[in-house]
Ligand binder design. Structure first.
Ligand SMILES: Nc1ncnc2c1ncn2[C@@H]1O[C@H](COP(=O)(O)OP(=O)(O)OP(=O)(O)O)[C@@H](O)[C@H]1O
Ligand SMILES: O=C(O)C1=C[C@@H](O)[C@@H](O)[C@H](O)C1
Ligand SMILES: [Mg+2]
Length: 184
């Protein structure tokens, strides 16, 4: 894993990033249980803060306003001293402030899913704004670099959830082993 070692690994948040429908919430619930950490889900925090879903905010106030709120929600979650598992909003890797905070305070896992599978996964749940396949394709192409820059670990998230969780736990253990070996 790359990324800043300013904080001990065990103090860092584990943040799941990826496109809408990539499985951040689903994997986040299972990972938080295994790590015995709280789950901070961007969509849940957004609704608790505003009383509205992302889809409602985008429709009423525009996508830029939604993005501004999502940025604040992630920065708040990362500022919490208690290490958590965080399911971040899909967009946040495009925000330089978020990428900086992620590099400082988190181990970042990119749940990467091809567009065809994403589109069927996005059909579930009511909180998402609608996105057609061509728009999803263009968005992923544009955002690929941001995900790659932010991520310490990239997983093919077509795998079953328990395998994804095991891969994250393995990567965290390996990083812990390396930092123990490197300690003076
Ligand atoms: N590893 C997986 N294998 C198969 N289906 C999955 C997997 N992970 C998630 N799903 C399914 O994909 C759909 C979207 O998952 P989820 O809501 O967790 O995505 P998300 O990344 O949190 O989306 P959003 O960014 O919109 O909140 C759900 O129906 C979920 O059951
Ligand atoms: O991935 C995206 O582009 C988005 C994700 C959501 O969190 C919202 O920011 C919005 O619906 C756009
Ligand atoms: Mg989610």
């Amino acid at each position: 894993m790359s990324g800043s070692d300013e904080r001990e690994r065990s103090d860092r948040h584990v943040v799941l990033v990826g496109m809408m429908g990539a499985g951040k919430t689903t994997t986040g619930v299972a990972l938080a249980a295994r790590l015995d950490r709280p789950l901070r889900d961007g969509d849940v925090d957004l609704e608790a803060r505003t009383g509205h879903t992302g889809a409602e905010i985008a429709a009423a106030d525009g996508i830029d306003h939604l993005h501004h709120l999502e940025e604040e929600v992630l920065l708040d979650a990362l500022a919490d001293e208690r290490p958590a598992v965080v399911a971040a909003a899909g967009w946040v890797v495009e925000a330089p402030r978020c990428r900086e905070a992620l590099a400082d305070r988190a181990t970042v896992v990119w749940l990467d899913v091809p567009v065809g599978e994403l589109v069927s996964r996005m059909a579930t749940g009511a909180h998402r704004r609608p996105l057609d396949p061509d728009a999803a394709d263009a968005l992923l192409a544009r955002r690929q670099r941001c995900f790659a820059e932010a991520a310490d670990l990239r997983l093919d998230a077509r795998a079953p959830v328990d395998e994804l969780v095991a891969s994250v736990l393995d990567a965290l253990d390996e990083a812990d082993d390396r930092s123990t070996e490197e300690a003076p």
